[in-house]
Design a protein around this ligand. Structure first.
Ligand code: 0L1
Ligand code: MG
Length: 242
């Protein structure tokens, strides 16, 4: 199948919240080809009126790599339609098998990082059973589905080792540190600039940069109240509709 056809398959899977088989089961797809599919997939959304608002890094921690069995840092695109207001409610109707993970976000400035915030990412692989290879997950916009960014703050001292908690209904279900994100989440930005440049994308001032999860992801279930707590930055939260 062509890049355009593969992008349409993934787009339809997301729009209809219906899982599909991994693309690599029936197609020759390498990582460069997969980034071309991702670009075409997002182009379809931009054609529907969505706006590019940033990028996300994926698999920037050992915990995440181990969880999905892919051991490469990857990146995907964020559109405005993926943003959920901090403290807002999220209907799970449009998701297949959503998971949620605590992250740190950076607001990109003219020169480097303008601000930082606690964040949550909702991931939802469009592949059956959340199983994929490296090219599959890249083509699928690195499982990106939605995100929440908490209040922007100055980048705190010691951003390379801030405690991170993921709470569901007031109970801590995952605990980690920003050190889990490539040793320092600012390194994720350096890596992100280099990786996106390879595919002709320059990061823009005003964009959101999700640096990656500090812990493994957990299933997001109806009715759950989820909070990311990042030491020195505060919280980002959402409520999944019942
Ligand atoms: O944001 C992430 O780390 C997700 C990358 C893709 C793997 C997954 O779906 O967990
Ligand atoms: Mg993530």
């Amino acid at each position: 199948m062509t890049v355009t056809e593969l992008a349409a398959l993934l787009d339809d899977a997301a729009v209809n919240a219906t899982a599909i088989p991994q693309l690599t089961l029936a197609n020759e797809l390498d990582v460069d080809g997969a980034y071309a599919v991702q670009e075409a997939l997002i182009a379809r959304r931009l054609d529907r009126g969505q706006r590019l608002v940033g990028i996300k890094m994926g698999l920037t921690s050992r915990a995440k790599m181990a969880q999905v069995g892919v051991h490469e840092v990857i990146w995907g695109r964020l559109t405005d339609a993926m943003a959920v207001p901090d403290g807002g409610q999220l209907s799970l109707d449009g998701f297949i098998h959503p998971r949620i993970e605590p992250e740190i976000a950076f607001l990109l400035g003219e020169n480097g990082i303008a601000a930082a915030a606690p964040a949550l990412e909702i991931i939802d692989s469009r592949y059956a059973d959340f199983q994929f290879t490296h090219p599959d997950v890249v083509a699928d916009n690195t499982s990106g589905a939605a995100f929440v960014v908490g209040p922007w703050q100055p980048v705190p001292a010691g951003v390379d080792n801030l405690g991170v908690l993921l709470e569901v209904d007031g109970k801590v279900v995952q605990a980690g540190s920003t050190a889990a994100i490539l040793g320092d989440p600012r390194r994720a930005l350096t890596e992100g600039r280099a990786l996106t440049a390879r595919y002709g994308l320059a990061l823009e001032p005003g964009w959101i940069f999700l640096a990656g999860a500090a812990t493994a992801a957990v299933p997001l279930t109806p009715g759950a109240h989820v909070r990311a707590v990042v030491e020195g930055l505060g919280t980002a939260s959402l409520k999944a509709a019942a």
